[in-house]
Write a protein that binds this ligand. Structure first.
Ligand code: IMP
Length: 336
């Protein structure tokens, strides 16, 4: 039987999906981890056996000896992927026999990357992502199966996952976040891919096979890109500093603002999140200002972290009762 759990980001990326996938893959009884969208624009920070890793394309299952698939919804810069494989190998993480690339994933070419080199309109990561997806939907792109360097890794994930011979339990790893989703994000300040739970279905997991959806968020918000997002209060700059809010892929400072609870509610509802993990709670508590937005207005009345958690949980559990049944406040970069 095929079953799956899904991990999605409920904000604008950078909420700690890497850590969550790494922790779940360690504890859960998964047979596979599969990335379902995005490319090397993503940067997943993972702490494994005392070492820090930043992966861009390789799914976190390889750290636990699990087969790890780059799905057909992803775009792959082969040179970067091979570089990442070499880097992981030199740190003792062997991916051969574990890493699989869907033969129908699309390639990011050097031309795609060149095209984005001077891009500033929406502030992309300049990794050639948008042009690669554009060529895919224009039906002039190139599939992974056409690149000889990927021969060893190619897979037909339908045959790999839909088998009657064994139980298959997949952890589906999203990339970016709800408000960067091409359909649900703040268009045009979005990425070119599907970042919601729907992306897991598009990757070959039928809806009935999805057992649990994990949403990842922070008690404050960050965004990297060209639109203005940074709030002006000194505490927000403090959050940026204490939370080390600088891009894992580009090193750009992440603009920081207070949590908008209505936005979080929407992302939880559309994704069908069952368990919401509020990462970086330690950072938020340390900075000690407990503001949030509700109905577009800034609420500055909350005095301590316990009250903040209560307010946020009350709003969420009331408005997301269809699916949400657990909220975890995580205060460690190492585990949930
Ligand atoms: P692109 O995905 O490189 O086309 O960039 C589109 C938008 O998504 C830009 O605002 C990027 O900064 C943002 N973005 C893409 N990937 C990530 C990510 O992994 N974390 C945060 N922002 C991202």
């Amino acid at each position: 039987m095929l079953t799956a759990d899904v991990v999605v980001d409920c904000q604008r990326g950078d909420c700690g999906k890497g850590k969550v996938v790494h922790s779940l893959a360690k504890k859960g009884n998964y047979t596979h981890v599969m990335r379902f969208s995005g490319g090397s624009n993503a940067g997943h920070t993972i702490y494994h056996e005392g070492k820090k890793f930043v992966t861009h394309l390789v799914p976190a299952g390889v750290f636990h000896g699990l087969k790890s698939i780059i799905g057909r919804g992803c775009v792959v810069d082969v040179k970067k992927l091979l570089g990442e494989i070499t880097e992981l190998a030199s740190a003792g993480i062997e991916v051969d026999n574990l890493l699989l690339v869907s033969e129908k994933a699309h390639l990011v070419t050097e031309g795609h990357v060149r095209e984005e080199a001077g891009e500033t309109r929406i502030g992309t990561t300049k990794t050639g992502n948008g042009p690669a997806y554009r060529d895919k939907v224009s039906r002039i792109g190139t599939c992974a199966e056409e690149d000889w360097r990927l021969g060893l890794y190619l897979v037909d994930e339908y045959k790999e996952l839909h088998t009657n011979e064994a139980d298959v339990n997949v952890l589906m790893e999203g990339a970016q976040g709800f408000y960067l989703d091409v359909d649900w994000g703040d268009y045009p300040y979005v990425t070119s891919a599907t970042c919601t739970t729907a992306g897991a279905v598009m990757a070959g997991i039928p809806p009935h096979a999805i057992k649990k959806v994990y949403g990842v968020a922070k008690p404050y918000e960050t965004y990297v890109g060209a639109k203005k997002f940074q709030g002006s209060e000194p505490a927000l700059y403090e959050l940026q500093k204490v939370g080390n809010e600088f891009g894992a892929t580009t090193g750009r400072p992440r603009q920081t603002n207070w949590l908008d609870i209505d936005n979080l509610i929407k992302a939880v509802n559309v994704n069908g999140v069952n368990t919401l993990i509020m990462n970086k709670s330690d950072v938020f508590e340390e900075v000690g200002v407990f503001n949030l937005y509700k109905d577009g207005k800034l609420k500055t009345m909350i005095e301590d972290f316990t009250s903040f958690k209560f307010v946020v949980e009350t709003f969420l559990l009331n408005a997301c009762s269809q699916s949400l049944n657990e909220i975890i406040w995580s205060a460690s970069p190492l585990e949930i």
